[in-house]
Design a binder for this molecule. Structure first.
Ligand code: GAR
Length: 201
């Protein structure tokens, strides 16, 4: 059984999509062993509780020092015997020490068609505001491996979403989220199959 740790900061609808994907049997040979939130008030923690998933908070509130925070994260991931890390609405940048420790084992969901509307400052609602301000007629969602850059790692899956007349950042975000949930589950199947094939767990 492949052990997943999900890193979150907010509402956790993507976390829920993974939980549901596993509970429904769509995603097999995997379990969520741990949820780590950077934000002590994240609703994601309620979702973990409800599904009896172990959870903890590692963020600026309890680890103000960046190095101590990274070390705490790595320790928690190691202790949970993590095979794969999902950044699901995780609003912190990972230190290179952590990326090195889990190279090729970290994936991220981003609410745009990378390489558009990504990188420094493009997260959450800011992405959708920028999309609307630019006047493009389509946006989308991307699941990719995480490397040292911001939203730069190899893309696993991507899907387009139309921008509709009268869209606000909220209506657009809601439409993109549905696609995020779908491609995150599909990407997970691909990544799990690839890890199992390599047999390097
Ligand atoms: C999602 O749209 C996710 O793609 C985005 O934050 C939202 C979290 O929603 N992540 C980023 O912007 C990271 N750069 P959720 O907490 O309901 O999953």
């Amino acid at each position: 059984m492949l052990r997943i740790t999900v890193l979150v900061s907010g509402g956790g609808t993507n976390l829920q999509a993974v939980i549901d994907g596993i509970e429904s049997g769509f995603i097999q040979d995997a379990e969520i062993g741990l949820v780590i939130s950077s934000n002590p008030k994240a609703y994601s923690l309620e979702r973990a509780k409800k599904h009896n998933i172990k959870y903890m908070v590692i963020g600026k509130t309890n680890y103000p020092d960046a190095e101590a925070r990274t070390n705490a994260l790595i320790n928690a991931l190691d202790e949970a015997k993590t095979d794969l890390i999902i950044l699901a609405g995780y609003m912190s940048i990972l230190d290179s020490k952590m990326i090195e420790a889990y190279r090729g084992r970290i994936i991220n969901i981003h609410p745009s068609l990378i390489p558009q509307f990504c990188g420094q400052g493009f997260y959450g609602k800011h992405v959708h505001e920028a999309v609307l301000a630019s006047g493009v007629s389509e946006t989308g969602a991307t699941v990719h491996y995480v490397d040292e850059g911001i939203d730069t790692g190899p893309i696993i899956l991507q899907e387009k979403v139309p921008v509709l007349e009268g869209d606000t950042a909220d209506t657009l975000a809601a439409r993109v989220l549905k696609t995020e949930h779908k491609i995150l589950r599909e990407a997970l199947k691909i990544v799990i199959a690839s890890i199992n094939k390599k047999g390097d767990r």
